[in-house]
Design a protein around this ligand. Structure first.
Ligand SMILES: [Zn+2]
Ligand SMILES: [Zn+2]
Length: 245
């Protein structure tokens, strides 16, 4: 009996090496599963923290339900494009729709619609996304005034419209979420003033000759080249004082 037990201990039915390997495999697998689940939970929490519920948008148009759904989708797409939702994005969103309505346009395939933005805040992202006025196409021009105002020009028809926010956010007492909701839901006339821009239609974007800077060797548009000591230099290589001439 004793002999038999000894025999069993020294020669197990399943080799110890294999047992250890199986146990190790199970432990590793369980740990991986645990880590995966933990990561999943963290991701879920992060998503929940970042995305407050998207507020309902006003109904407009004749087919109420459908219009509301379409607006909601556009708003969500703007949030995706911009990266977050905020009152500034809501301003741009409403500006884009007000411009569409008043200028009877959808979006700009080329340069027939030009937007001149007087700020570089969040709202311009909604305008870029919804009206296709983009820096790359040359139909988005930044006129740095720090004002919540946007002008639109229709080249062909000669139409122009300036939309300016008349319901500013009160930084001291205002609630951002409530303000965003106001911007998204109030009628156009309660949040914007509409007028003719005091400035003219900007010239069409030009394609300039390419010139090589004689100092750094990089190429740039001819219009951005400066002459310095008889050399053609790019703006990065031109001494600062010359740029004020
Ligand atoms: Zn923003
Ligand atoms: Zn240079």
């Amino acid at each position: 009996m004793k002999q038999g037990a000894d025999l069993y201990l020294t020669k197990p039915l399943v080799p110890m090496k294999l047992l250890k390997a199986v146990a190790g495999f199970i432990a590793k697998h369980l740990l991986l599963r645990y880590e995966r689940e933990e990561r999943r939970q963290l991701r879920k929490a992060a998503v929940m923290m970042n995305s407050k519920p998207v507020p309902a948008l006003p109904r407009s148009g004749t087919n109420g339900e459908k219009m509301e759904e379409a607006l909601q989708k556009d708003w969500e797409k703007c949030i995706d494009f911009h990266g977050h939702q905020c009152p500034g994005l809501a301003i741009g969103f409403r500006v884009a729709f007000a411009a569409r309505k008043r200028l009877e346009i959808t979006s700009a395939a080329d340069e027939e619609l030009v937007c001149v933005t007087e700020n570089d805040a969040c709202g311009i992202d909604a305008i870029q996304f919804l009206l296709s006025c983009t820096l790359g196409k040359g139909n988005l021009i930044y006129r740095d005034r720090g004002k919540q105002a946007f002008s639109f020009f229709l080249r062909e028809q000669g139409k122009k419209l300036r939309i300016r926010l008349i319901r500013p956010f009160n930084k001291e007492t205002g609630d951002r979420n409530a303000y965003q909701q106001e911007i998204l839901t109030l009628p156009d006339e309660e949040i914007f003033s509409f007028s003719e821009p005091a400035y003219d239609l900007p010239v069409k974007a030009r394609i300039f000759k390419t010139v090589t800077c004689e100092q750094c060797g990089e190429t740039t548009a001819e219009a951005k080249i400066r002459l310095h000591d008889g050399k053609k230099l790019c703006l990065d290589c031109t001494p600062e004082y010359l740029r004020r001439w």
